[in-house]
Ligand binder design. Structure first.
Ligand SMILES: *[C@@H]1O[C@H](CO)[C@@H](O)[C@H](O)[C@H]1NC(C)=O
Ligand SMILES: *[C@@H]1O[C@H](CO)[C@@H](O)[C@H](O)[C@H]1NC(C)=O
Ligand SMILES: *[C@@H]1O[C@H](CO)[C@@H](O)[C@H](O)[C@H]1NC(C)=O
Ligand SMILES: *[C@@H]1O[C@H](CO)[C@@H](O)[C@H](O)[C@H]1NC(C)=O
Length: 360
């Protein structure tokens, strides 16, 4: 109960400050720096100049963001934007594609819409920045930080204190395993083997990240893949979730959670990893007080790819919708779920601790 009250208190503050970040006065942030790896759930503009169809730098995307469309795949803030604010950062973390005018010592966002753990994921959409390439980009930033601080040792010591957020894997299903007409993975792997292969590849990327000095990690699991409006439309389920797609998210998440246990054991002397369970919020009226009346249709009119049709008018009340387009949640839903994973009483949603305790 005490936890719940605090949650709503934080939520009110965030609602008030949502569109006025630049006018807010914050104290020092809880970590000096934040590095972000992932896909469209976290992208803040890395795809804008890439030859890909995975783009969102046009209206009505960004309709509730202070600077309009930026390449975020939602109407306002992404989940990691909200975490950035909760951590006390004065500015959002800049995309790797444009760090000009930003202080890279505060962090960089490498996330790319369409990106997967596997390099071939989303190749039918043009070029996107897979997890491995995001790490390559991070090494470029690490060497720039080393130059700034005077040595690679100093850079590593500094990078030890940062938070590393990794939210990736949905596209390895939606734009790979679920499309056997384009990708062979379904012929090669059983669902369990595929999740294992993905988590193993993720793990080896995390080990490389550890080599660059990363010590505090937030690993985000997959959401309910079968409950996106796109899955529902594609399968013609008349509004209900596609259970056979959700199963993959549960299998992947269980493996990711075990990976968190293994890594916390292996690196118990110097590192901490946490798992965020993105399926733990359900999809609507989680408490009977959340007010999300529509969970199986997008707020913006969509085009064939499932993204918003350019310049079309979105739904009237965006706070009633879980989904902004056919794949991505609204800012309202991001706010609802993120506050719960930042400060959670429940080991089912954040394991073995929440973000607040990780950075304390
Ligand atoms: C790059 O970022 C700066 C500062 O955030 C912004 O003013 C500028 O418009 C951006 N440039 C591009 C090409 O997006
Ligand atoms: C589809 O859902 C609607 C509303 O829930 C219901 O009235 C209708 O009977 C359903 N149709 C089928 C074919 O199940
Ligand atoms: C995530 O949350 C759901 C719903 O509460 C639960 O059924 C599932 O077991 C959790 N997943 C993991 C890996 O803990
Ligand atoms: C939008 O929906 C939310 C949640 O149901 C509700 O609290 C709010 O009053 C609605 N706003 C408008 C302008 O209708």
């Amino acid at each position: 109960m005490a936890c719940e009250i605090k949650t709503w208190f934080v939520m009110t503050i965030l609602f008030l400050s949502a569109n006025y970040l630049q006018h807010c006065v914050y104290g020092k942030s809880q970590v000096p720096c934040l590095f972000i790896f992932g896909d469209s759930l976290s992208d803040s503009g890395n795809n804008n100049n890439l030859p890909t169809s995975a783009k969102s730098n046009y209206k009505p995307y960004g309709i509730d963001f202070p600077t309009g469309p930026t390449g975020r795949f939602t109407n306002g803030r992404t989940s990691i934007d909200i975490i950035t604010q909760l951590l006390g950062f004065k500015k959002f973390i800049p995309p790797f594609a444009n760090t000009s005018g930003s202080d890279i010592l505060k962090g960089v966002n490498y996330a790319s819409g369409g990106a997967g753990i596997r390099i071939e994921t989303s190749m039918t959409m043009g070029s996107v920045i897979s997890l491995g390439l995001q790490l390559t980009n991070h090494r470029v930033i690490v060497s720039q930080i080393a130059t700034k601080l005077g040595s690679l040792d100093k850079a590593q010591q500094y990078l030890n204190k940062c938070l590393y957020y990794v939210n990736i894997g949905s596209n390895d299903y939606i734009n790979n395993y679920f499309l056997p007409q384009f990708y062979p993975t379904r012929l090669i792997y059983s669902p369990k083997q595929y999740a294992e292969a993905l988590v193993e590849e993720l793990s080896s990327n995390l080990l490389s990240l550890h080599d660059t000095g990363a010590r505090k990690y937030v690993l985000v699991g997959l959401g309910l893949l079968g409950c996106t409006p796109n899955a529902i439309f594609t399968h013609g389920t008349n509004g209900s979730c596609v259970d056979e797609e959700n199963i993959h998210a549960f299998i992947f998440n269980a493996k990711l959670k075990s990976l968190v246990d293994n890594l916390n054991y292996k690196f118990s002397a110097d590192s901490k990893f946490i798992f965020i369970n993105s399926t733990s919020h359900g999809l609507q009226n989680a408490d009977g007080i959340s007010g999300f009346g529509v969970s199986n249709a997008p707020c913006c009119p969509s085009r064939l790819t499932g993204g918003c049709s350019p310049n079309e008018r979105p739904c009237y009340n965006r706070s009633e919708y879980v989904f902004w387009d056919e794949f991505h949640p609204t800012e309202a839903w991001n706010l609802f779920t993120t506050i719960r994973s930042y400060n959670s009483c429940n080991l089912v949603s954040t394991y073995p601790m929440d973000i607040k305790h990780l950075v304390d």
